[in-house]
Design a protein around this ligand. Sequence first.
Ligand code: ZN
Length: 497
Amino acid sequence: MAKVLIPAALQPYAGGQDELIVDGANVREVLDALAQQHPELRRHLFTEAGVLRQFVNVYRGTEDTRALQGLDTPVSADDELSIVPSIAGGVGAPPRPASTLPAPVSVIDSSRVASTTLTNEEILRYSRHLMLPEVNLEGQKKLKAAKVLCIGAGGLGSPVALYLAAAGVGTLGIVDFDVVDVTNLQRQILHGASDVGRPKLVSARETLREINPHVNVIGFEEPFTSENAMEIARDFDIIIDGTDNFPTRYLTNDVCVLLGKPNVYGSIFRFEGQVSVFWAEHGPCYRCLYPEPPPPGMVPSCAEGGVLGVLPGIIGCLQANEAIKLILGAGNPLIGRLMLFHALKMQFRELRLQKDPDCPICGPNRTIHALIDYQEFCGVRGEEAQPPEVEESEEITVRELKARMDRGERLTIVDVREPYEYEIARIPGTILIPLGQIEARADELNPEAEIILHCRSGKRSADALNRLKARGFKRLKNLVGGILAWSEEIDPSVPKY
Ligand code: ZN
């Protein structure tokens, strides 16, 4: 028997609970029992062949069970098992003894410090740093000599860039080709209301110049891809992972491993965040932790799952802190350690990371020697990039739906969004069955009747349509464009979100 901590990403499949007491003498038995209790969890934990998915790590206390006896790792009643998927969280754990913390390491060598000078104005500006023995004039020169590349100028990139600029990092590269959207302003504090519609890079550059005109901001207004990533990253000392998708995250990792640079990693989901420093020369890389990405759609993005606005602020500040430590060569870096943060519980939890001897990119028998196609690797192409296939005869437009409603037809309209979305906006007369429950609750629907399915934009409802079709439903229709189209074309009083 053991207590199993369920991360936010998996809680919807575990009855909404964040911890469960489960029977079993080892990890395999516990996970099996868990999947028995909550059948929807099974496909998230195991492949169809019954093998534990590679993007799911199971920790007993602070130890990765892969470094113990894997699925055979024994479990006693006092043990706490944490399931740590690619985005995850947990609760408190005993602190790590100081003797086992990684040693300080700096990315700036002394010759670069020797050729760097500070003006009197800079000395005044950074005086609160210069008073710290761990920074002092030498450290401030290291900061000025340092070149840090931030992938993304969004939720994580905002605090990272703001604090690194304020701290006096001499060269700040930013890769972002996005435009500021009004929904960004809840957390992306590099940008303001007057920046909506402008490129994030333009807005970031202006904000950073205002904070510290001594910083050289280099913008790369293009997607970070296998074609340009090595060229962009080559001249920088540290890479900050401020990405929000798996293809770019694996690309960032692989670029860092191939170029021998530290990757200051951060990720966020709802109320939970992760931080680490992946540096293959000194410890594990991201692929050691997660050899494979989750299948598309299994872990929702911030746009689908939501995120507390302050969370990227906290995680991004921790990333900035790690970057500054790596520049100064001060303190114990987060190398070989994964910090999990839970904002609602206000708890930090540290897990130890092992270098995977079979890692495909940083192990001795590595199989990856150059950048690959990350869209393909993450299965994005053909799945996430394109919505699930729906035949044209299975589609209905908002105008057709409205016309039929106006004729007084009795229609079964199923809204497959989440309850919180239903609270924000709804089409009158709909039944709410979230996508995750559509199969379990299919018997609430008449398989002979015509059923119109809708969601926010039409993607999840297309998925629901295919799932119901597989269960023998024959007269299904997907509402094209979802409630967004309804708001756009039928009823502008329905808020968009
Ligand atoms: Zn590795």
